[in-house]
Design a protein around this ligand. Structure first.
Ligand code: SF4
Length: 380
């Protein structure tokens, strides 16, 4: 047996050692996926999950300019949108009626540091900052019976302390540890908040604050396979220190015609399968591996075969505002594909069992609502 096949056989049973991880990257896709499936089945069984959510794009103003992004706007751009308090209330109420459990608050990075008009708008609604507005929105979501999860880009330690009592989890895609992608001519050059060091720091601070956390890997924006492996190892190392990473999203770049990367080739199904399998084989068993089904609608079976155990948030109420060309799948159809592959599709909370049962990961103010919704999901 070659050293690579020995490493793969070991990785099918337990996370691969740091020094061996990059040797997996060159192996055949079929063999990688087979080992990843074995690890997934052993750790997560034959259930695949999703989070029934409403997606609230609090604002699409963002001070960064990632070359692949079709979401961001500057003040005055067509499509600029900051959700008003009335819009947030109305959406939350509709979401609960339609059976959502998660309220996902998503927005561009640090908009108030870039745009005076936005700061004035927040003040006119009685909020001093984006974080104050998010705290209010989280309170409203909880009052409607939903569990908030916020991905607001880079947050300071103080911001996270403010948001913790109204969020069951927070998120920030690490995306990549490649500093190279921040150089001139690369996709993160005009995105100061995409410097890996900042994102690693926030991920660590969330761990220190005992906040269940969603991270992720973005593939196809110019990174190498070795850089993908390095990103996964970084996430694993932080999780081993703090135990707070609940899930890792493996997201594939999709080219949007309106962006500077509109003509760049997208990752193939094989690229995505390899990235998912590497995530499953490198990450620890208690970390969920997720891939969004709407970004690869023809590849659901391939994602399952590569070792995912989760599809992330799927909304019956709101579109995917970050990827507007790619609608969520219908749940019945997704369920049929899962059935045919021998899996049961089940809803879940935006906080995973690992943290749900650990008191210091759930703010005491959230406990009654979390327990109520957990019981409710079990009864569905
Ligand atoms: S990807 Fe995020 S940080 Fe980058 S421009 Fe878009 S909204 Fe801003």
């Amino acid at each position: 047996m070659s050293p690579e096949l020995r490493i793969l056989a070991e990785a099918a049973a337990a996370p691969v050692a740091d020094q061996d991880a990059s040797r997996l990257a060159g192996l055949d896709t079929h063999a990688l996926c087979e080992a990843a499936r074995e690890r997934r089945d052993q750790a997560w069984g034959r259930t695949l999950t999703f989070s029934p959510k409403v997606f609230l794009p609090i604002t699409n103003l963002c001070r960064n300019r990632c070359d692949y992004c079709s979401f961001r706007r500057s003040p005055g751009d067509p499509g600029e949108w900051t959700m008003s308090p009335a819009e947030i209330r109305a959406w939350l109420s509709r979401a609960r009626e339609q059976g959502c459990v998660e309220a996902l608050f998503c927005l561009g990075d640090t908009p108030e540091t870039g745009f005076r008009q936005y700061r004035a708008l927040l003040h006119s609604w009685g909020h001093e900052s984006t974080v104050a507005y998010l705290r209010w929105a989280g309170e409203r979501a909880l009052a409607e019976g939903l569990l908030p999860h916020t991905n607001a880009g880079i947050l300071s330690r103080e911001d996270m302390i403010t948001l913790r009592p109204v969020n069951v989890s927070l998120g920030l895609m690490l995306e990549t540890v490649s500093e190279r992608l921040c150089e001139k001519g690369m996709p993160h050059h005009k995105a100061p908040d995409k410097r890996p060091v900042k994102r690693i720091q926030m991920t660590r601070e969330a761990g220190e604050l005992r906040i269940p956390f969603t991270s992720g890997l973005l593939i196809g924006i110019g990174e190498t396979l070795e850089e993908r492996v390095a990103t996964l190892l970084t996430i694993r190392s932080i999780h081993r220190q703090y135990g707070h990473i609940q899930e890792v999203i493996v997201q594939n770049f999709r080219a949007h015609p309106s962006t500077p990367m509109g003509a760049v080739a997208e990752p193939t199904e094989d690229d995505l399968a390899v990235a998912v399998a590497l995530a499953r084989l490198i990450l620890d068993d208690d970390v969920s591996v997720q891939a969004p089904p709407n970004l690869s609608p023809a590849s659901t079976k391939a994602l399952i075969d590569a070792g995912i155990n989760d599809f992330g948030g799927i909304s019956p109420v709101s579109p995917d505002y970050i990827n507007p060309l790619h609608p969520w799948p219908h749940l019945e159809k997704l369920s049929e594909v899962c059935d045919a592959a021998g899996f049961d599709l089940q809803p879940r909370l935006p906080i995973y069992p690992l943290h749900l049962d650990t008191n210091d990961f759930v703010d005491p103010s959230l406990r009654p609502r979390v327990d109520e919704l957990h019981t409710g999901l079990g009864a569905r």
